[in-house]
Design a protein around this ligand. Structure first.
Ligand code: HEC
Ligand code: HEC
Length: 221
């Protein structure tokens, strides 16, 4: 009886201790070591410096705006932005930890991911036209109006597209078309994505994937 009581007390204490250790884990620790069993290190997918992984289609986080990143983590946690990989991870973090991770990544410098340094990609002409000029006949503004020249990102709310994996960018445009991602500020992207068709999505994603992220501004650098 007493022994079991003591064992219970000890395991409760151990539990409380590890919970408080987790609560104290710095964003850098979480990024590099993960958190308990539920959160794999962010760096295992998003790269040691948050630079992303082009070959695997994992987006770059480094240098994107903190409010943008935090909103994405909250949306993954609530399920408003549907993603089976990110949902359990975002859910295992507290709201404070999601904010801290967003700040952490916003302050890292964006560097080209290994796979984008080659610059051998040749973005299709149709993608460049849509990105730089839009298509006014269909009421589509130039992407660079909000995302900055070559998609380097503007301020804290217009994320960089430059150097993101093409498959990732395509996936996001389709997610808006299918209602699997919230429209973002003022529903801007949902309404733009609704006007794109499949023959736009691939070329415009390839165009931005081929741009260099090194000059990205975002919250960091
Ligand atoms: C097992 C791989 C994996 C791990 C580990 C992982 N992520 Fe992700 N992450 C992804 C994938 C895949 C996406 C793209 C989801 C989509 O297509 O909507 C993503 C997207 C994101 C986004 C949205 C980026 C954008 O541009 O909108 C943020 C923010 C993010 N992850 C943060 C984190 C943080 C913080 C951690 C660690 C606590 C983490 N991720 C761990 C795979 C991972
Ligand atoms: C009127 C401003 C505006 C224009 C024009 C615009 N965007 Fe966006 N875009 C946004 C905003 C705001 C977000 C962030 C959405 C959010 O917070 O969820 C965004 C996000 C995105 C994302 C997701 C990035 C990520 O890291 O997940 C993609 C992809 C994207 N835009 C592609 C495009 C393309 C392609 C075009 C041109 C056809 C375009 N955008 C034009 C405002 C704009």
């Amino acid at each position: 009886m007493t022994i079991r009581f003591r064992l219970n007390t000890i395991s409760t204490l151990v539990c409380l201790l590890s919970v408080s250790l987790w609560a104290q884990a710095s964003p850098g620790d979480i990024a590099k070591q993960g958190l308990g069993d539920d959160v794999a290190p962010c760096s295992s997918c998003h790269g040691a410096h948050g630079q992303g992984n082009k070959a695997a289609g994992f987006p770059r986080l480094a240098g994107l705006g903190a409010p943008y990143l935090e909103a994405q983590l909250n949306d993954f946690a609530s399920g408003a932005r549907e993603n089976a990989v990110m949902k359990p991870i975002a859910n295992a973090l507290s709201a404070d930890q999601r904010r801290a991770m967003a700040r952490y990544y916003s302050q890292l410098r964006s560097e080209p991911s290994q796979a984008s340094t080659g610059q051998s990609e040749n973005p299709p002409e149709t993608g460049a036209r849509l990105a730089e000029h839009g298509r006014w006949a269909d009421d589509i503004p130039a992407c660079v109006q909000c995302h900055g020249p070559a998609g380097v990102g503007v301020g804290e709310h217009f994320p960089a597209l430059a150097g993101q994996p093409a498959a990732y960018l395509e996936g996001q445009l389709r997610a808006w078309r299918n209602g699997k991602r919230p429209g973002g500020p003022m529903g801007l992207m949902a309404s733009i994505a609704a006007k794109l068709d499949e023959s736009d999505i691939k070329p415009v994603a390839q165009y931005f994937a081929a741009q260099s992220p090194t000059s990205a501004k975002g919250g960091g650098s």
